[in-house]
Write a protein of this length. Structure first.
Length: 316
């Protein structure tokens, strides 16, 4: 026992530890290479399971991008009081344009409002008989896109309290509905990712269980000669690592292929609405996170299965 303890204190301990892990690391990869069809099918199932939530995540990101671009067209309409002159209204528009929270402003006089209404409504003849112009002057205010929903609402409320303003109207119901749908989509992605993550652990765990049963006699012999569970467990943990790694890479490829196949139709649809929006794929950071998630799930699934199965195997 003293010799063993002395041996553990030698300078080459870390080198031997690293060498042993590298040996098992490549040994487990070689085991997968001996059954390429089974390994490929396992990676395919894991890849599909990981690609589903990743694809939904990409879809949600693109929808959010569309929503943010639409937010740039959001306007606050300031209906001015009849007592406000055209000169004062134009001056107000210039003053508001200088504020940091406002992107641009446009002053629409009472005469221009009436002219636009006649052209768009088709009631030009009916309006011609009116002696007075019933429409107010309007200042169209475009907020900065960085404000967000709460910031835009606060800006509209503040502008509505100006003495020259009779009414401040912010029409963002459609934007609120879009953000509500995006929130539901994000929560759905989280739920689906959790469920499929558990499914990936079960798939890898079942694969490792079959491998353990195939090597049951070998494990019994190792336990008989006193091999610790950590030593027996190590090859199976690295097998789970490889399954998760290959599944994560395949999931990234599947998501990229799906985005590529939809890019053309998405661009055509955007151009039909006068937009240059292009479908974006999974960013590199998120792609590597997807692979890392596959590795963690593979390692965790293998660890749970190996720990449980080894406790049931005893040397005869």
């Amino acid at each position: 026992m003293a010799l063993v303890e002395a041996g553990l204190e030698r300078p080459g301990l870390f080198a031997r530890f690293t060498q042993e892990h590298l040996r098992v690391f490549f040994f487990s990869l070689g085991k997968l290479g001996k059954g390429p069809i089974a390994a490929a099918l396992t990676a395919l199932v894991i890849g599909i399971a990981l690609a589903l939530p990743a694809g939904l995540y990409v879809l949600t990101r693109n929808l959010a991008t569309v929503g943010y671009s639409w937010q740039d067209s959001l306007q606050i309409s300031l209906f001015l009081k009849d007592s406000v002159s055209s000169e004062r209204g134009a001056a107000m528009a210039r003053e508001l344009r200088a504020e940091s929270d406002i992107s641009r402003t446009e002053y629409i006089s009472r005469e221009q409002s009436l002219s636009d209404f006649k052209a768009q409504s088709g009631f030009g003849d009916a309006l011609a008989i009116l002696q007075d112009n019933p429409l107010p002057a309007v200042i169209a205010v475009t907020p900065q896109s960085r404000l967000g929903k709460a910031g835009v609402e606060e800006l509209a409320a503040r502008l509505g309290r100006l003495p020259e303003v009779d009414l401040a109207k912010l029409d963002q119901k459609w934007l609120e509905r879009l953000y509500a749908l995006l929130d539901i989509a994000r929560r759905s992605v989280g739920i689906i990712a959790t469920l499929l993550g558990v499914a990936v652990m079960v798939i890898i765990g079942n694969t490792i269980r079959l491998d353990i049963e195939a090597r049951r006699e070998e494990i019994e012999v190792m336990k008989l000669v006193g091999a610790p569970d950590s030593f027996i467990r190590r090859p199976f943990l690295y097998a789970g690592f490889w399954h998760g790694l290959l599944g994560g890479i395949l999931a990234w490829i599947l998501v990229a292929a799906g985005v590529q196949s939809l890019s053309g139709p998405a661009l055509a649809l955007a151009q039909a609405y006068g937009s240059q929006f292009q479908l974006s794929g999974l960013p590199a950071a998120d792609g590597f996170s997807l692979i890392a998630a596959g590795i963690v799930l593979g390692w965790a699934g293998a660890f749970v299965t190996v720990s449980r199965r080894l406790s049931l195997i005893e040397p005869r």
